[in-house]
Write a protein that binds this ligand. Structure first.
Ligand SMILES: *Cc1c(COP(=O)(O)O)cnc(C)c1O
Length: 379
């Protein structure tokens, strides 16, 4: 048995990536433009469907930043954001000089709670400022409560930024995640379901959003033979090399979703009779998660051990696992931000754990994980 480290989620190449990258070398398109960039965008547009237009960017974080700019978020504005998420969902609010307002999760999807979302909107309006946008996240690939969140967005006429960084390949009522926001974003970081080594995308049904995103991502050059600028620009375009990796990865995306879901079934099987351990699962058949990461909730008062004890046992065996995202309203950097909700996300953080979920885990690695976890089943 190999003793090399088992990661939560590591890059998994399909084989064709090299060919696209080689083509870039052969044609000398070693730049943040070229045929792979446009090819990757077309691949994503075809995959997502629903009239999606895609701008390939240097990261998911850059895509979130541009999404807020396109929605007119400016200094002093308020933006609502799901509290339980990766910090990259919230940081771009601050890049814009705007103010984050955090909202708790609901227990069934772990994502933004529609009830507390509406309470937050009403209260911010009563206090004199209508929020400019709602950032909702599909954590670990699980779609947020799309219908309810959309209803609230329409009722108060506040656009949604759909953070689908973890949910490429997930669907809600048969429609792909990444198509539900007024603007949506994807990430192709090294740990995501597909990777370009680093990269992201902005998605919108509005072609103007795509065009403006590309304009801003390439230093906001006006059309003139010289360098002329009427707006502040950014260097956020995806490189043609990275996009080549992305084109290869698109060929294996569906296969990788299947393999991640198999990992989820693997954990269901291990914990199937263990009271006090719950695997994060779809609440009903409207939801279809890519199970980017498989996660468990561990109730020590029932099963006699904690998620931290499992984490340490795995670490001893050189297997990576990690607590769930620590909610933003509990982060030192956001300690002064407004927060609406109760203790749902705090409790999830306290008792939750992400388990190795890669689409490239070998049988012998699964045996090793199984052996460590079976020790807890017998407690
Ligand atoms: C990874 C991630 C991002 C940021 O994407 P990058 O490509 O790493 O900048 C944003 N939101 C969520 C929820 C993520 O998991």
């Amino acid at each position: 048995m190999s003793n090399s480290k088992i990661y939560l989620s590591s890059p998994h190449m399909g084989g064709e990536e090299r060919n696209f990258v080689d083509q870039a070398f052969e044609t000398n398109w070693i730049a943040p433009l070229g045929p792979n960039v446009e090819g990757f965008e077309v691949d994503l547009e075809n995959y997502l469907g629903s009239g999606s237009h895609v701008a390939a960017l240097s990261s998911g974080t850059a895509a979130l930043h541009l999404a807020l700019i396109l929605l007119g978020v400016e200094r002093g504005d308020e933006v609502i954001c799901q509290s339980m998420t990766f910090s990259a969902s919230a940081n771009p609010i601050v890049y814009q000089g705007a103010i984050p307002v955090f909202v708790d999760s609901e227990p069934k999807t772990w994502n933004i709670c529609p009830n507390h979302l509406e309470i937050a909107i009403k209260d911010r309006i009563a206090k004199g400022k209508k929020p400019k946008a709602i950032i909702a996240v599909h954590l670990y690939g699980m779609p947020y409560n799309i219908d309810e969140v959309k209803k609230i967005s329409e009722k108060y006429e506040i656009p949604i930024v759909e953070d689908s960084a973890e949910a490429l390949g997930s669907t809600y009522k048969g429609k792909k995640c990444g198509t539900f926001g007024d603007i949506s974003i994807l990430s192709f970081n090294g740990n995501k379901i597909i990777t370009t080594s680093g990269g992201g995308a902005l998605v919108s049904r509005n072609l103007k959003h795509k065009e403006k995103a590309i304009f801003l991502a390439t230093q906001a050059r006006d059309s003139a033979p010289h360098y002329q600028h009427s707006e502040i620009g950014y260097n956020y375009r995806l490189s043609n090399i990275s996009a080549g990796i992305g084109r290869g990865q698109m060929e294996v995306l569906d296969k990788h979703v299947g393999l991640r879901r198999k990992m989820n079934a693997f954990y269901h099987n291990i914990f199937r009779n263990k009271e006090g351990v719950k695997i994060f699962s779809e609440p009903n058949s409207d939801y279809y998660s890519n199970h980017w990461l498989s996660c468990i909730l561990v109730d020590k008062s029932i099963c006699g051990f904690s998620s931290e004890e499992i984490r340490l046992a795995l670490a001893t065996n050189n297997v990576e696992s990690r607590p769930l995202w620590k909610p933003m309203h509990l982060q030192p950097v956001f300690k002064n931000a407004a927060y609406y909700g109760s203790t749902i996300s705090a409790k999830l953080f306290e008792i939750g754990l992400c388990l190795p979920s890669g689409s490239n885990l070998k049988d012998e690695e699964k045996v090793k994980i199984n052996d460590v976890l079976m020790h807890f089943i017998d407690i």
